[in-house]
Design a protein around this ligand. Structure first.
Ligand SMILES: Cc1ncc(COP(=O)(O)O)c(C=O)c1O
Length: 373
């Protein structure tokens, strides 16, 4: 890490990337200069902005190993992308959607909202088992149209073997949807290897971007299966031709973007991903896993005052490590940590730490030192 990549307040220990990430220095600079340009020149250089937008699509394409940047739409957030899938597919009464019992509310509520069409949401219990993929796969039956899981659970940090679930979906003719917000920018990811149909993730966690710009990847072969509910100038094939009285839906994932893009957010996320690409995802992933291992080892070996809630085996977690104090409430520990300026979160019934690749080891040592007091 270059010294000037981040500019965090020196008194702050930031272990909260699974919530909202701080911006890298270059992201803050990109937004500042975009603001300055807007103030001085308005949209005079709009064609350059469109190039930045295309660069972002290509960065995201590489991040998820999509076959083409045309499979990537830039939406507002993960929930919007999940809704695009839920309300784009056509449902029959009796159809079901399989999720897990640990999902973030968005990846449950959206499917449950389809009850009005007679769609049933089945939540696999992935908590009380050593084989969470089997638990998900066992729920799939003849009426299952879609399986939707988070790649990494927001509370416990449990990581699923997506390739296994994807293969089962493929065999049983169910669509496979992955909320990858707790993976992208932390772990290497391959939409093709896992045989996914839809992948979504907002940029403000491990991708270190702002809130409000999200990736929505849709496998090109099934794009036409999503009925569109939002229309506008930006989602038609010939989108610069305002005079035309005829139109057709864009052949690419731009069809999911009805109007003007979030150009500020696009400039910011493009800058954040340029840092991730400069460091390289393999390095980012290795460092994140080293941080998780360091924390997990502390909870496993240190003392009985804390119960580790994140699965310890390397293939079962990513960047989230959650633990619960046994001699006080998670809330009181959380307040102490917050007072000591350790940024973390109360999630999944415990306290959640989520350092990124650049988090100095001494910050982890200091946070753990507070737990030892
Ligand atoms: C697994 C998961 N999905 C989705 C979200 C957030 O969704 P959105 O991008 O719609 O705000 C979170 C935020 O914590 C999350 O952890």
């Amino acid at each position: 890490m270059a010294d000037n990549d981040f500019d965090l307040d020196p008194g702050l220990i930031y272990l909260n990337h699974a919530a909202v990430s701080p911006w890298p220095r270059r992201t803050a600079d990109a937004v500042k200069s975009f603001a300055e340009e807007n103030a001085r020149l308005g949209s005079s250089h709009y064609p350059r902005w469109v190039k930045t937008e295309q660069t972002l699509r290509e960065q995201l394409q590489r991040l998820v190993n999509a076959r083409s940047a045309d499979e990537i739409a830039l939406l507002k957030n993960t929930s919007e992308a999940l809704s695009m899938v839920a309300y784009g597919l056509s449902w029959q009464p009796g159809d079901n959607v399989v999720i897990s019992n640990q999902e973030f509310p968005s990846n449950r509520i959206i499917w449950e909202s389809l009850a009005k069409y007679g769609v049933v949401t089945l939540a696999a219990d992935i908590t009380h088992t050593d084989h969470p993929e089997d638990a998900v796969i066992d729920q799939i039956n003849d009426h299952t149209r879609l399986v939707s899981v988070s790649s990494v659970q927001y509370g416990t940090g449990l990581r699923l073997d997506l390739a296994r679930i994807g293969a089962a979906c493929h065999e049983r003719d169910a669509l496979f949807c992955v909320d990858a917000i707790q993976s992208l920018g932390a772990m290497q990811f391959d939409v093709q290897a896992i045989q996914a149909d839809f992948v979504m993730a907002d940029g403000h966690k491990w991708m270190m971007g702002p809130e409000g710009v999200a990736l929505f990847w849709c496998r090109s072969e099934i794009m036409d299966r999503l009925d569109l509910k939002q229309y506008g100038w930006h989602m038609v094939e010939d989108c610069g031709n305002y005079a035309s009285k005829t139109w057709e839906v864009a052949h690419t994932a731009r069809r999911f973007e009805c109007g003007s893009p979030n150009m500020t957010g696009i400039h910011a996320l493009q800058a954040s991903l340029s840092l991730i690409e400069a460091v390289g995802m393999p390095v980012v992933e290795t460092r994140i896993m080293e941080n998780s291992r360091f924390l997990i080892d502390f909870f496993l070996t240190c003392n009985a005052r804390y119960k580790l809630m994140t699965p310890a085996p390397e293939h079962r977690h990513a960047g989230i490590v959650t633990f619960c104090p046994t001699d006080e409430s998670p809330e009181s520990l959380f307040s102490k940590l917050s007072e000591a300026r350790v940024s973390c979160a109360l999630r999944g019934g415990g306290v959640r730490f989520s350092p990124h690749y650049y988090t100095p080891r001494k910050h982890l040592v200091k946070a753990l030192g507070l737990l030892d007091e």
